[in-house]
Design a protein around this ligand. Structure first.
Ligand code: THU
Length: 160
């Protein structure tokens, strides 16, 4: 037998200043989506914004339902929104912000497993890694180069 070690890394920004202006703008766009989130059940709001290779940006936010399993995450709303309006342009960067109305969250929050799988599908579909920027109530921003860094051993179409 053998043991295989999986390693990943990410960048921690201690403020917006160390990010290029386009990324700062994308985070600002995601933050605007917190006001549009429909989260009456969890009071956990998620805003997301994706920038495509041509510089266009699309946003999304979580949409909850009294039938809880039907709730849709903000990241997926943003990516599907981009796919509707610009189906042939690769996503380049995805910014995700959260606001928990019940308590302050001072560390960036990672996308759920379902969203990681969907982001992975977009990476495969467009043959392009998607940078991910995560932030919350604090100034800290995590920057990931690809969803593969948080979805090792992922399932994809190569198995089908
Ligand atoms: N949520 C997201 O929008 N993205 C995630 O990655 C995790 C969770 C939403 C779903 C639900 O509306 C609320 O946050 C609480 O789970």
């Amino acid at each position: 037998m053998e043991i295989k070690k999986i390693e990943s890394s990410y960048i921690i920004h201690h403020g917006l200043e160390s990010l290029p202006q386009v990324d700062q703008n994308l985070i600002a766009y995601a933050i605007t989506q917190l006001d549009h989130a429909y989260a009456p059940y969890s009071q956990f709001k998620v805003g997301a914004a994706v920038r495509l290779k041509d510089g266009s940006t699309y946003a999304g936010c979580n949409q909850e339902n009294a039938s809880y399993p039907l709730c849709m995450c903000g990241e997926r709303v943003a990516l599907y929104n981009a796919a509707v309006y610009s189906p042939y342009v690769a996503p380049e960067t995805l910014a995700i912000v959260i606001k928990n109305e019940k308590k302050a969250i001072t560390t960036p929050v990672s996308p759920c497993g379902a969203c990681r799988q969907v982001i992975a599908e977009f990476e495969q579909r467009f043959k392009n890694p998607i940078r991910i920027l995560l932030t919350s109530d604090s100034k800290t921003i995590y920057e990931l180069n690809s969803v593969q860094d948080i979805l090792p051993l992922s399932f994809d179409s190569s198995f089908l």
